[in-house]
Design a protein around this ligand. Structure first.
Ligand code: CA
Length: 231
């Protein structure tokens, strides 16, 4: 893989750089957001490791510019020192695909990057899914709800894809976590925060939320019209 590291801490950057290069990847690095954004826009990368706290332009701003202005969809793994739900949510809303909280294991970084890359390259031939007012094209990752185009972080798209594949049926939290992260998560925060972003985006676009919470079990995407008066 060709990986871009955008990190201002020289020790962390050097550790990441050396590890990924030793593992056979081609690595570029930038120590600030402006340089990082320039590299990310002008050169092809398979994945980007992006520190949230950067001088000049922070990780969230960089990610938003990358997605919304430059229209670059290279998978982004966000590194954050601040383990709060708010920061994670902000990262996802700005287009990060996954995150790791510092300190992290270098192998974990590589595993996440490989998973992001594989997911991106593996979904180019599948056909579009449709449930009620919702359509999702797994090739382009384009989502429409009630005729409105929605942009979502990749993990939220995967959640939606899993729910759409099982439309009308309850999907347990463990099943959802497995389908998106490859394993059940230690706490329910990760799934919950992604569901929150997904449902809010749906509600904003279509005027209602077609996902039902099944208390203590999981979630269900309502099949057919799916319009509900509550929630
Ligand atoms: Ca930093």
């Amino acid at each position: 893989m060709r990986v871009l590291i955008i990190e201002d801490d020289p020790t962390i950057a050097a550790n990441l750089y050396d590890f990924l290069e030793t593992r056979g990847h081609t690595v570029d690095a930038a120590g600030d957001g402006v340089t990082g954004l320039h590299l990310a826009v002008t050169q092809p990368f398979d994945a980007i490791v992006l520190d949230l706290g950067l001088p000049g332009m922070d990780g969230n701003t960089l990610c938003r510019k990358l997605r919304e202005e430059a229209r670059v969809d290279t998978p982004v793994l966000m590194l954050t020192a601040r383990d709060t739900l708010d920061d994670k949510l902000a990262g996802f809303e700005h287009g990060a695909d996954d995150y790791l909280v510092k300190p992290f294991a270098l192998r974990e970084v590589e595993a996440r990057l490989l998973a992001l890359h594989k997911r991106r390259t593996g979904r180019t031939t599948a056909r579009a899914l449709q449930v009620g007012d919702l359509t999702l094209d797994p090739g382009t990752l384009a989502i429409q709800f009630s005729g409105t185009q929605i942009r979502l972080p990749r993990k939220c798209i995967q959640l939606l894809e899993t729910l759409m594949t099982h439309a009308g049926n309850v999907v347990s939290r463990a099943e959802l976590e497995n389908s998106v992260w490859g394993e059940a998560q230690e706490t329910s925060d990760t799934l919950r925060s992604h569901m929150h972003v997904l449902r809010r985006a749906l509600r904003t676009a279509g005027g209602y939320d077609p996902i039902e919470t099944i208390h203590a079990i999981g979630y269900r995407l309502l099949a057919g019209d799916g319009r509900r008066s509550s929630r």
